[in-house]
Structure formats: C-alpha cells, structure tokens
Ligand binder design. Structure first.
Ligand SMILES: NC(=O)c1ccc[n+]([C@@H]2O[C@H](COP(=O)([O-])OP(=O)(O)OC[C@H]3O[C@@H](n4cnc5c(N)ncnc54)[C@H](OP(=O)(O)O)[C@@H]3O)[C@@H](O)[C@H]2O)c1
Length: 296
C-alpha cells in the first residue's frame, strides 16, 4: 500500500511510518516545511491557505491525517483558534484536492482525541457516547466532522480518538518524567482523574490494523487498562526506583501555571478499548507497568 501521512514529521507519524516501512508499505509525508534530505519523501502543503502539492497524491491508497498544532500549550484565545483551524483547514484542504484531482485514495484515517468525552470520575466511555461541552470536546467534534465529510467523496473514513500517548521520544511521558526523575513526582490535584493512556507502538499498530483491514468507524485509541492519576504516578515512581511522598500538586497551582490548558491534566475520562479489540486487534502493552518498563 502507498500511504500519505499529514503531520507525519511529528511524534506519532515517526512511529507509524517506521512500522509501515518495516511491513513493506510505501510512505510519503505532507509537511508545511518539507525536508529534501529526509528518508521519507516529503511534499509541501499550506493547509492554512488551502494549498497542496498535487504530486503528493500520486498512487496513494490511504491517507493518515495527524496534522494539527500542539494542544499542550497555553490556551490564549488566538491559540485556541489555531488549535481548531489547523485541524479543520488540513482536512478541508485534503477534501478540496481529493474532490478536484484524479486520485486512487480509498481510505482516510484521521486522528481525534478522547477529549471528545465529557469529564467524569465514574463513567466508562464508548464510541457511542455523546461529546462534552468543553473546549477540547468542541475541537474534536469539528475535527471529526471535517474528517467524516471526506466520506462524501466515496472514500471510507475512520477516526481514532487518541488517549495519552506514551513514548520515549516526547509527549506526556517526557514531561512527567522531569519531576519524577528528581524524586519529586506526585499526583496532580486529588489524583482521582482517569488517564486513558496508550503505548505509542500499540497506537501505531491500531492505525495500521485499520488501514490494512479497511475497517470503517470510530475507535478509541487507548489501552484496556484505565488508571487513575494517583496510581499512574505511584507506578511511575516505582518503575524509576524513586521515592513517592511529595504532596499532591494543588489544582489552583496547576491553573496558575498552565492557565485554561490545565484542563488537559485535570480532565478525567475512563475510556473503553473494547470496540477495537472486538474488531480483532490485540494489544502488546495492556498493563501500564509493562509499558513503562519498556519505555523507561
Ligand atoms: N501525542 C498525544 O498524546 C496525542 C493525544 C491525542 C491526540 N493526538 C493527536 O494526534 C495527532 C498527532 O500527534 P503527535 O503527538 O504526533 O503530534 P505532533 O508531534 O505535534 O505532530 C503534529 C504534526 O502536525 C503538523 N502541524 C503542526 N502545526 C500545524 C498547523 N498549524 N497546521 C498544520 N499542521 C500542523 C506538524 O507537521 P509539519 O510541521 O511537518 O507540517 C507536526 O509534526 C495530533 O493531531 C494530536 O493532536 C495526540
């Protein structure tokens, strides 16, 4: 298969493309700043301007859409617009070119996030549940609507609602490790919030599993073992061989440091992985302890 990845230069794109190449697939990227000397051919696009190098679509069977500006950033009003627009502009640009240019794309898989679901300490969310009314829910709803519009072009479309991706190379774990390595790790707020984590290898395997089997639908991209922040923190300290007695980081302190984006750390969602497992997907890292031991 030939697969085009938008935002392929990021954390997740790196792992997905590594796995795709190892399986003998062909991979190309769409990037706002394509590099000439990259091992994977990169084509230029300007989603903000609705423009794209049409050569990027040549021979492509499947598109994996990962493009979007970082969520983990101070949420000024202007930046909030960028979080939304970077995602909808990317998909609208794809729609425009897939509609007007001759192509053989049969399938599109787009990233979304578990921020789609409302905050809850008790509910176990499945793909059927309704979105919340937070900023992140709004982002995900608009993102998913723009992806599903591509169905109109007779291109099968799937969406993966991604949880907290654990990777050696960046993302949430890298940030969490900083205080924990100094023996200063502690739960955030009351630590009761559910953290729907997933090992980056498994998440990449889900994208490829869906692409190879052309499974249409919306799937949660989280591991089967949900865990609360306080238990995640305790396990992280254990795996690192570090003490775990620092006081909880108060909610107010998080809000002062992170502003409105503290919602990322405080939002609680327990999310089910049952649907993708029923479709036949098998996780390599079901338990957080196994995942952390592999990553650290
Ligand atoms: N990592 C997680 O824990 C997590 C959790 C839930 C959802 N997700 C979502 O999954 C997707 C991939 O995640 P990731 O961790 O790989 O993200 P990432 O490392 O930030 O990479 C995203 C890529 O998107 C492109 N991009 C950045 N700003 C953009 C903009 N304004 N307009 C268009 N493209 C832009 C960049 O590629 P170029 O510079 O080459 O254009 C970048 O490499 C993201 O949409 C993210 O929101 C990630």
């Amino acid at each position: 298969m030939k697969i085009l990845i938008t935002g392929g230069t990021g954390l997740l794109g790196g792992e997905i493309s590594k796995q795709l190449l190892a399986k003998g697939h062909q991979v190309v990227f769409l990037s706002r700043n394509p590099k000439k000397d990259s091992a994977i051919r990169q084509f230029k696009w300007l989603p903000e301007k609705g423009d794209l190098d049409v050569e990027a679509l040549q021979g492509v069977d499947c598109i994996i859409n990962l493009a979007g500006s970082k969520i983990n950033h101070r949420w000024t009003n202007e930046y909030k617009k960028q979080i939304i627009n970077s995602r909808t502009d990317s998909l609208n640009t794809l729609y425009k070119f897939l509609d007007k240019e001759k192509n053989q794309v049969k399938f599109l898989i787009s990233a979304s996030a578990v921020g789609y679901y409302p905050h809850s300490f008790s509910k176990n969310y499945t793909e059927e549940d309704a979105p919340g009314d937070s900023f992140l829910s709004d982002v995900c709803e608009r993102w998913e609507a723009a992806a599903l519009k591509i169905n109109e072009l007779n291109i099968k479309t799937s969406i993966i609602r991604i949880g907290i991706v654990l990777s050696k190379n960046g993302g949430a774990l890298k940030e969490m490790l900083k205080p924990f390595k100094l023996g200063l790790g502690s739960p955030l707020a009351n630590g009761e919030q559910w953290m729907p984590w997933i090992h980056i290898q498994d998440l990449s395997r889900i994208f490829i599993f869906i692409a190879e089997h052309e499974i249409q639908g919306i799937f949660n991209g989280v591991s089967p073992e949900g865990i609360r922040n306080k238990d995640f923190s305790k396990l992280l300290a254990k795996v690192l061989g570090k003490p775990y007695f620092a006081p909880n980081v108060p909610k107010l302190a998080l809000k002062i440091i992170m502003g409105e984006s503290a919602a990322i750390a405080l939002h609680s969602t327990k999310v089910s992985s049952e649907k993708i497992q029923k479709a036949g997907f098998e996780f390599k890292f079901e338990k957080l302890e196994t995942a952390l031991k592999e990553l650290i």
